[in-house]
Design a protein around this ligand. Structure first.
Ligand code: FMN
Length: 446
């Protein structure tokens, strides 16, 4: 295969607007947040410029709306061990990130459950303008009971109904985003006509969950609508992703599960939604620990793992899956069942030890695997080792790119950019310049 015909990786930096992202205990790492404060713009400017230096498509900001409280029916362990807590509001940093860069996009996670679609579409149009067309929306539906309680609900809406509600939610957003014709704004100072009302449709939606009557309040944004991103992995979630998403984020512990996932999604795209396989990007979670030598990388990995507090790990796993693992013994095996929380990530635990899911995983093992980086495969070694692993996932697992999970920041992305990026470029596996002007142009390019 010639260098130019090889599939190139899309890279995303996976992080949260908080003290700790997806490696539990990362704030304890001796290298984490030296001279930087996650709650200040300087940190975000630095992170953004690092990712742009490495030709990443985007920074991807995960979010949840309140501290997890499934473990022991309390958020004490979440607070005590900084289990993604504190986490600040994610959309507020988008203009800082895109203001510090020219090409880097931002994927922002915003829940559909407690904000009316009229307000959501306005926020996202505004962000698309301010980022000059570099915003993606990770569409989620609040899987954690803590979020529902914080927003005043006694019970959570079950998964099936959440997806049904999200269908209608997106429908309203699409109607609003598509309601201004491209030439609606004339801005004629002589006549005093700014925009032609005949070209700005009034939405009149009266559905099962939402009512919306009015015109979209924002002028058409550079991308028209944000890049739609989804990470649903249950049966219902996969269909939702196959119908709506332009890029899908999934976590699979190894290449066999990746392969199964890609062919399942391809099948859904083509048979159910008349979309071409290959038209949606499959982005898989990956954690990397790189160093000049393998032994140095292994040592670094051990230091990362040593930061994990077991109770914090179990609290995180309980929060994500919606099951209170304090009720189980540490050596009890985790069973494959449909969980109320994030089904796709639960499967990354069940299949952590073998692709058939036959080798049992105990609660303690599950918690420690999960706490390292949400069940993502971990590539530890030299730049060449890591590039080898990424190539396998692309060529055999159907990956179009990788969501790179933070292990300590700043630091881990700098190391990846300095060491792995040149190796990927040398192999023809990563762009050497940005092709387009919007995030959609860059992400959906080959
Ligand atoms: C890799 C991955 C990352 C996710 N990140 C978030 C997130 O940041 N915030 C959130 O509320 N949900 C997140 N989710 C949850 C989902 O997008 C989805 O709402 C949830 O998984 C329930 O659907 P499912 O059971 O079909 O997966 C994530 C899911 C996966 C698989």
């Amino acid at each position: 295969m010639s260098l130019s015909s090889k599939k190139k990786a899309h890279l995303l930096g996976f992080i949260q607007h908080g003290v700790n992202s997806h490696a539990t205990g990362m704030w304890r790492n001796a290298k984490d947040k030296i001279n930087y404060d996650f709650a200040r713009p300087r940190y975000w400017r630095h992170m953004a410029q690092t990712m742009e230096r490495g030709f990443f498509d985007a920074m991807f900001i995960a979010d949840e709306l309140a501290p997890y409280n499934t473990f022991e029916n309390s958020s004490d362990a979440t607070v005590r061990y900084a289990v993604q807590c504190p986490t600040h509001e994610p959309s507020t940093i988008v203009p800082i990130i895109t203001g510090a860069t020219e090409h880097l996009g931002v994927g922002v996670t915003l829940s559909t459950m407690f904000v009316h679609p009229y307000a959501m579409s306005r926020i996202l149009s505004s962000l698309d303008h301010l980022s000059e067309g570099r915003v993606a929306w990770n569409v989620v539906s609040s899987y954690s009971k803590s979020e529902w309680e914080a927003y005043g609900h006694v019970d959570m809406t079950p998964r099936g109904e959440r997806y049904e509600k999200m269908e209608e939610y997106l429908d309203v957003c699409y109607q609003l985003w598509d309601s201004w014709e491209p030439d609606a704004i004339v801005a004629d100072k002589a006549t005093g006509i700014y925009a032609d009302p005949d070209k700005v449709r009034v939405i009149d939606h009266d559905g099962k969950y939402f009512k919306c009557r009015g015109r979209h309040f924002c002028a058409p944004s550079p991308q028209g609508r944000p890049v739609i991103w989804q990470a649903g992995s249950s049966e219902r979630g996969r269909d939702f992703a196959a119908k709506h998403a332009e890029a899908i984020f999934a976590v699979h512990p190894g290449v066999d599960r990746m392969k199964q996932y890609a062919s399942d999604l391809d099948e859904r795209l083509e048979s159910k939604f008349d979309r071409r396989a290959g038209s949606v990007k499959y982005i898989y979670g990956l954690q990397t620990v790189v160093a000049e030598t393998r032994s140095e990388a292994e040592e670094k990995y051990e230091r990362i793992k040593a930061c994990i507090p077991l109770e914090g790990a179990i609290a995180w796993m309980s929060g994500h899956f919606g099951l209170d693992f304090s009720k189980m013994k540490l050596d009890e095996n985790v069973k494959n069942l449909e969980v109320p929380g994030i089904q796709g990530l639960f499967e990354s635990i069940i299949y952590a030890k073998d692709p058939e899911g036959k080798v049992p995983v105990s609660v303690k093992e599950a918690a420690l695997i999960y706490a390292q980086g949400m069940g993502m495969p971990v590539a530890v070694g030299t730049a060449a080792d890591i590039a080898d692993q990424m190539e396998t996932y692309m060529d055999e697992g159907g990956a179009d790119g990788f969501m790179l999970a933070a292990t300590y920041t700043p630091g881990c992305f700098e190391e990846f950019v300095d060491l792995v990026v040149p190796e990927l470029q040398r192999r023809g596996r990563l762009r050497t310049r940005y092709e387009g002007t919007t995030l959609r142009d860059n992400l959906l390019s080959s």
